[in-house]
Ligand binder design. Structure first.
Ligand SMILES: *[C@@H]1O[C@H](CO)[C@@H](O)[C@H](O)[C@H]1NC(C)=O
Ligand SMILES: *[C@@H]1O[C@H](CO)[C@@H](O)[C@H](O)[C@H]1NC(C)=O
Ligand SMILES: *[C@@H]1O[C@H](CO)[C@@H](O)[C@H](O)[C@H]1NC(C)=O
Ligand SMILES: *[C@@H]1O[C@H](CO)[C@@H](O)[C@H](O)[C@H]1NC(C)=O
Ligand SMILES: *[C@@H]1O[C@H](CO)[C@@H](O)[C@H](O)[C@H]1NC(C)=O
Ligand SMILES: *[C@@H]1O[C@H](CO)[C@@H](O)[C@H](O)[C@H]1NC(C)=O
Ligand SMILES: *[C@@H]1O[C@H](CO)[C@@H](O)[C@H](O)[C@H]1NC(C)=O
Ligand SMILES: *[C@@H]1O[C@H](CO)[C@@H](O)[C@H](O)[C@H]1NC(C)=O
Ligand SMILES: *[C@@H]1O[C@H](CO)[C@@H](O)[C@H](O)[C@H]1NC(C)=O
Ligand SMILES: *[C@@H]1O[C@H](CO)[C@@H](O)[C@H](O)[C@H]1NC(C)=O
Ligand SMILES: *[C@@H]1O[C@H](CO)[C@@H](O)[C@H](O)[C@H]1NC(C)=O
Length: 858
């Protein structure tokens, strides 16, 4: 019983079909032959195999081409090994093959490696090879000429096959060649989806040549193998195989065989697996190559561990016969014996032998709809990250910028995606709708445009949606707004100039008037303006629903929240911590419910001007958004209390920074960066806004700094209606001594160029860390004077803050100083515009970065 059970697993592919010769398709359809590392778009036909090898550039996005050392480029070395693609960057780098037959078909995939000292480091690396999300093998090369070839038979579940090289810290991964061959479905039938080649032997070879394509239609590589105590048998005639024998053993392999020298002996094979639970699939190939006489018989049984697996095998003359079992073998020792039967007159033979090992590829790939969605997004946006291989698996190599859920054996799912500051352009990818489990989506600080799509509101697990700092237009879908209002979604949509909170008329109207900031040019318009404000004030006083009123004036930014006074008390912990004081009132530190830090600017209720300023600032801030302008979180107005809630700027203002000890640690690059940020904010006000907005009070106190020392302008547009500093007689315009455009005293009029003047002064402060006005005994010396004198002496080292100790590119410093002085020209026509300022600062920055780079190399 036992015996026949075993036999059951074997199929004998033999006889009955003797007439059906195998027609071996020798074209290369179903083949992908890649010579990794040859020049892009090149190809060649291999001299020995005639296989067409193509370059790998369309299969891989990363890595660089290298030639192996010329001493190893010998004529007997297959050309595929002459060059490699190496991956010095990224933990995991992947090739993506898209076989035309797609998923579900059976493929043999071979990856080949020969180091060849391509990097002249004489250090063969060690790294891991993955098939998709599963570890296929480890590659360890002993020396420059050692060759590793890994072959696997695999049925992919997706239309693509990913082959990934993973850096394990033992050297830079590289690859020489990658080959994929389509197999017939009925070949190598196993209970496993993936089996890796363990051994493949051609017995009795008389040429000592490895046999592959075109002899082998599947391009398997058959290695000649000697066997002790055996003799070789061979024929010069071709060996056929049955039409239903999908194993297609090549004639060149089958025409040689071995047989025991001592005719009474058996043929025995065995090996001792390192892991006794490893599962092996064994394939044996037989064909009679000798002409037997009538009285001769070659008949044998195959047994394993004393159990007969197959009985009465009689190889047919010039006709091949393949054996296999669908289930694997395992054990501490695996031994096969081919024993002649009692009646046999000849000993057993064997022509070829293959062993594969089951690969436990149990790690699931990410759910394919999620994969497709992010792959499509990657393509659509040209995402520049090392997004390779499976997004979520294995966990250690999951893509940067996303997180996944891993639940038991379920395929991993993408639950968060962060593509902020990734330079994305175009619309929101429709593919996002297929990330059905997504909880957090951050697309902030890109240049995405178009409408905010409805489908986002149908992502039922979405809790955080950040669309800040893009170019979205039109209304926000009502459902998203609702979710945001009832707290089920944390929605951020600020810094999108043309986005509106609803599809109402006011939303559409607002777009047109976005930057119509009336410049209070004359007493008449000022009077009109103040009257209008007063009217608003009165209506506010009368009506309780103040937010609604502001709304009616088209002045409510959707992201800004209206806070109640009691909320403000809570936020500031009863005005516990003072951050600073200004002409308008006091600034307090606070926390929102979600822990976000904010700065609460209270407007002193006693000030008659307070409300106007408040209005002006709210109106402006609501319309103007830029990453270098302070962001308004909300506002409140209740009875005599009103105020604004801003994002908290952890590093205070530039004045504090420059007077602080910290100033000594400010590098030249950082100083230029701060100047750039401020310049860009100002450039936006002057050039990005139509009509332009004049800040009127550029000074270090009004340049705030984030945690990362990014600079943002504060209090812009405000001084127009609210005089600050109190040293001026003027009622309309304002400014701070030292920074105020000297032309103002002549023209009584502040324009953009006045801001440029102030900026020039600030830039000098950034460069020198000196006070704007130094008071000597009876003389006030302005920083411009000091610097101009030093320029005349060509003394750049002494202009720049001595704390830098010369740690800057001289040319960069010169140009920055010259720029500052030019900005601070007495006559406005000599001052550059902010656009030119930004361009020049950028160049200063580039020079400094180039210097730093050089420093790194030396
Ligand atoms: C590799 O060698 C070939 C000539 O054999 C040369 O044309 C090519 O530029 C070399 N490639 C690299 C990356 O050095
Ligand atoms: C092999 O199997 C796959 C999936 O079952 C099928 O799509 C394909 O047509 C089969 N190929 C052949 C030649 O039968
Ligand atoms: C290189 O390593 C292989 C084993 O990986 C060994 O067979 C061969 O002899 C070695 N060659 C040299 C030159 O050391
Ligand atoms: C094949 O290799 C064996 C052992 O390495 C050697 O004895 C034999 O001469 C070789 N035969 C040919 C034809 O090269
Ligand atoms: C062949 O093997 C048998 C059994 O091991 C032995 O008895 C016999 O002497 C051997 N014959 C030769 C010629 O070595
Ligand atoms: C071969 O198999 C047959 C049937 O199972 C059995 O009767 C015979 O003893 C076996 N012979 C050898 C040498 O194993
Ligand atoms: C992923 O999770 C980590 C740890 O919780 C977190 O720091 C990171 O911000 C998350 N990334 C995304 C894209 O949500
Ligand atoms: C996204 O990444 C940026 C930094 O790259 C980080 O500031 C931001 O908090 C992240 N967003 C989320 C939702 O984790
Ligand atoms: C916004 O993105 C740009 C690059 O696209 C980056 O330089 C800048 O630091 C980002 N800003 C923020 C606030 O993340
Ligand atoms: C979502 O996934 C389904 C199934 O894979 C696909 O047919 C559909 O086109 C995808 N939708 C989008 C918008 O990509
Ligand atoms: C919030 O509003 C959305 C859309 O109207 C609704 O689906 C959701 O159930 C609401 N959630 C809560 C907590 O009220």
């Amino acid at each position: 019983m036992k015996m026949s059970n075993c036999i059951f697993f074997y199929a004998i592919l033999l006889a009955g079909f003797a007439l059906a010769f195998s027609v071996q398709a020798q074209d290369q359809s179903g083949f992908i032959s890649i010579d990794c590392g040859i020049p892009a778009a090149s190809s060649y036909n291999d001299e020995t195999t005639d296989l067409k090898y193509i370059s790998d550039t369309t299969f891989v996005e990363t890595g660089i081409n290298k030639n192996i050392s010329s001493e190893f480029q010998i004529s007997t070395l297959p050309k595929q090994f002459y060059n490699v693609r190496t991956f010095p960057q990224g933990m995991r780098n992947c090739y993506t093959l898209n076989p035309t037959e797609g998923k579900g078909s059976k493929y043999s995939i071979r990856a080949s490696f020969m180091y060849g000292n391509y990097d002249a480091a004489n250090k063969p690396p060690q790294f891991d090879l993955y098939l998709g999300v599963n570890l296929w093998d480890s590659i360890k090369l002993d020396n420059a000429t050692a060759m590793e070839m890994k072959e696997i038979i695999h049925i992919p579940t997706e239309n693509h096959v990913l082959i990934c090289l993973v850096n394990t810290g033992l050297g830079t991964p590289f690859i020489s060649a990658l080959e994929l061959r389509l197999l017939r479905n009925s070949s190598y039938e196993t209970v496993s989806r993936s089996i890796a080649l363990y051994k493949r032997y051609d017995y009795g070879s008389i040429t000592n040549q490895t046999i592959r394509y075109k002899d082998d239609a599947y391009d398997r590589m058959w290695t000649p193998r000697e066997f002790p105590k055996t003799k070789k048998l061979s024929t010069s005639l071709p060996i056929r195989s049955g039409a239903d024998d999908s194993y297609l053993p090549p004639s060149a392999v089958m025409s040689t065989a071995i047989t025991p020298i001592n005719g009474s002996h058996a043929l025995q094979f065995y090996w001792e697996p390192k892991d006794p639970t490893a599962k092996y699939y064994v394939y044996m190939y037989f064909a009679e190559v000798e002409v037997l006489q009538d009285n001769q018989l070659r008949e044998f049984n195959i047994s394993k561990d004393g159990q007969i697996l197959m009985e009465f095998i009689v190889p047919e003359y010039l006709f091949s016969f393949s054996t296999y079992r669908v289930k694997p073998y395992s054990g501490a020792i695996i031994e096969f014996s081919l024993d002649r039967t009692e009646r046999s007159t000849l000993p057993p033979i064997i022509n070829a032998f293959e062993v594969y090992m089951e690969k436990d590829f149990s790690q699931s790939e990410t759910l394919h709809t999620d994969v497709d969605a992010v792959m499509n997004m990657k393509k659509m946006y040209g995402v520049k990250r090392n997004w390779q291989g499976d997004p979520c698996a294995p966990k250690a190599y999951s893509w940067d910028g996303l997180n996944c859920s891993y639940k038991g054996n379920d395929p991993p799912r993408i639950i968060s995606l962060n593509l902020s500051s990734s330079g994305l352009t175009g619309e929101i990818a429709p593919y996002l709708s297929n990330l059905t489990l997504i909880q957090s989506l951050d697309l902030s600080n890109n240049s995405l445009s178009g409408n905010v799509p409805e489908f986002l509101s149908r992502l039922q697990f979405l809790r955080v949606l950040n669309l800040k700092g893009n170019k979205f237009t039109g209304p926000i879908p009502v459902e998203l707004m609702e979710k945001s209002k009832n707290g089920s979604l944390q929605l951020s949509v600020g810094d999108n100039e043309e986005l509106c909170s609803s599809s109402s008329d006011s939303c559409k109207k607002e777009k047109k008037n976005m930057f119509v900031i009336p410049l209070v040019a004359s007493a008449v318009s000022l009077l009109f303006f103040l009257t209008a404000l007063a009217m608003i004030w009165w209506s506010l006083k009368r009506r309780k629903d103040r937010a609604a009123i502001l709304n009616a004036h088209g002045s409510l930014e959707f992201e800004n929240r209206h806070f109640t006074y009691s909320e403000v008390l809570k936020i500031t912990d009863n005005f516990n911590k003072v951050l600073g004081k200004g002409g308008f009132g006091t600034v307090y530190h606070g926390y929102l419910d979600d822990g976000t830090q904010v700065a609460v600017k209270m407007l002193s209720s006693s000030s008659g001007q307070g409300f106007k300023e408040f209005e002006a600032e709210v109106k402006l801030l609501m319309r103007v958004h830029h990453r270098n302008l302070t962001n308004l979180v909300g506002y409140f107005i209740e009875d005599n209390n009103m105020g604004l809630i801003y994002e908290y700027m952890a590093n205070g203002n530039l004045k504090q920074l420059l007077s602080d000890e910290k100033a000594s640690t400010l590098s030249w690059e950082r100083r230029l960066q701060i100047a750039m940020d401020a310049a860009q904010g100002l450039e936006y006000l002057h050039i990005g806004c139509k009509p332009p907005i004049v800040h009127r009070d550029i000074k270090p106190e009004n340049i705030l700094l984030t945690e990362n020392l990014e600079a943002k302008l504060a209090d812009f547009g405000l001084s127009k209606v609210f005089p600050i500093g109190g040293t001026h007689v003027s009622t309309v315009v304002a400014g701070t001594p030292g920074y105020l455009d000297p032309e103002y005293f002549v023209t009584d009029w502040l324009n953009e160029k006045s801001d440029v003047y102030s900026f020039g002064v600030v830039l000098l402060e950034i460069i020198t860390s000196q006070a704007v006005i130094v008071r000597n005994e009876n003389e006030n010396i302005h920083i411009i004077q000091t610097v101009t004198n030093m320029i005349a002496k060509g003394d750049i080292e002494n202009i720049v803050d001595s704390c830098l100790r010369g740690g800057f590119e001289i040319e960069s410093a010169w140009r920055a100083v010259e720029l500052a002085v030019k900005c601070a020209s007495r006559t406005s026509s000599e001052r550059p515009n902010m656009n030119e300022v930004v361009t020049e600062l950028k160049e200063c920055l580039m020079m400094e970065l180039a210097r730093k780079k050089k420093e790194l190399w030396h």
